[in-house]
Write a protein that binds this ligand. Structure first.
Ligand code: SAH
Length: 390
């Protein structure tokens, strides 16, 4: 096993428990390495830091898997990590559908596994994790005896690691349209062509948070995807619900999901560009009791944070203008690089421009099956805010 010796001044990030070691933080490598090899990381004065995998081709050269000198990385290790992630989910009450492995937050860097009842959808986003894919499948089979395991590795980030993009069953092929139950409602999930792993489990608790404000309301849901928030609103007693998404396919799925839950007479979905119609509807003076915004991530790179903030400000400003006085704005951001403080500041700026006063109802993060690890900032990524717009 090769040794990776870090520079004299070890970064605070690594010292505080973050598993990534960047190429410019390494002083030297003792021994030969190829992508995916397990290495040991040491401080300049030869103190053991941890054991992890290396990819000399990646800017994130090492990702640590353990800081325990006595823990070897092998099949048993992978099994133990998945078992302990599952035990944690069960402990905090996420069993039927959950993010079973949330990468760094489950000490399995670059691995995502979503559990949709008897189906598992996984992503191995680094070379070092890809190496363990068949071991991961074996562990899932032995712990869960699932119906099927599907890989959604059609993700551009894999190319930075020298991996191809691909998707498909890792077990016997089955229908890729599956059905899940969330908060007593049912949703079709297209694990082959849906976004990310097919369904956004991270909002599963937040969807319940709109219960009281939905009652008797005219609701506008923007960036609806498969209609999850909107169908919840109808279920909670909304008078009318309109959901918007730029994707025709998403709108078709949302419509099917509304039928499945018997709320087709309340929910309607339209395929439009939200930025265009919100501007126009503001001019037309349209008004709703509740406006919900759940846009996709606006940036993944630091250089574009300002642009992302401008995007959030604009969409929230337009959304706010459509809220009746005393109505509610439900607004989310899943952009990793936009901190909760920055998000709130942006909403504040939008309110000043819209000349509206805000009263905060609730401010939350993602569902707890996506744990937030203190010291690993990017695990705290979802912002979910409800405000009354006065
Ligand atoms: N609220 C959803 C997730 C939304 S994901 C849920 O909880 O499941 C973001 C959605 O925004 C995607 O479905 C994407 O198609 C849509 N989208 C992206 N750009 C858009 C635009 N300009 N106008 C409307 N929808 C857009």
């Amino acid at each position: 096993m090769a040794n990776v010796i870090l520079q004299k001044k070890i970064s605070q990030r690594v010292a505080n428990g973050h598993p990534w070691i960047f190429s410019n933080e390494i002083d030297r490598i003792e021994g030969d390495t190829k992508p995916g090899d397990i290495i040991e990381a040491y401080t300049f004065d030869k103190k053991f830091i941890g054991r992890g995998y290396i990819n000399p081709k990646s800017q994130i050269t090492v990702r640590l898997l353990t800081r325990d000198k006595n823990e070897p990385i092998n099949e048993q290790f992978i099994f133990n990590r998945i078992q302990s992630a599952w035990d944690y989910r069960k402990k905090i009450g996420y069993t039927e559908n959950c993010r079973l492995i949330f990468g760094e937050a489950d000490f399995m860097p670059a691995l995502i596994i979503d559990k949709f009842n008897d189906y598992f959808v996984l992503q191995t986003l680094s070379y070092g994790m890809e190496v363990w894919k068949s071991t991961i499948v074996k562990a899932l089979q032995s712990i869960f005896n699932p119906k099927g395991i599907y890989e959604r590795n059609d993700v551009p980030v894999r190319e930075l690691e020298g991996l191809e993009q691909k998707k498909g069953w890792l077990t016997e092929p089955l229908d890729t349209n599956i059905l899940i139950t969330e908060n007593g409602l049912r949703f079709y999930v297209d694990i082959e062509n849906g976004q990310k792993t097919g369904y956004f489990l991270d909002q599963q608790d937040n969807r319940r948070a709109i219960k009281h404000i939905s009652k008797g309301a005219d609701v506008l849901g923007v960036f609806t995807y498969t209609g999850t928030f909107e169908i919840h609103a109808a279920h909670f007693g909304a008078k009318s619900v309109l959901g918007l998404d730029i994707s025709e396919n998403a709108v078709l799925q949302a419509t099917k999901n509304a039928e499945l839950n018997g709320v087709s007479s309340i929910c309607r979905f339209e395929a439009v560009n939200a930025f265009d119609v919100l501007k126009q509807w503001g001019k037309d003076g349209r008004q709703y009791d509740v406006v919900m915004l759940d846009p996709p991530a606006f940036t993944k790179s630091r250089e574009n944070i300002d642009k992302a903030v401008t995007g959030y400000k604009e969409i929230n400003l337009r959304g706010m203008k459509l809220v009746k006085p005393g109505g509610f704005l439900v607004t989310s951001s899943c952009t990793n690089l936009v901190s909760p403080e920055l998000f709130l500041d942006t909403i504040k700026m939008a309110a000043i421009d819209a000349r509206r006063k805000l009263r905060q109802v609730t401010f939350k993060a993602q569902a707890s099956d996506h744990p937030i690890i203190w010291g690993i900032e990017n695990t705290n990524y979802l912002k979910f805010l409800i405000v009354q717009v006065l």
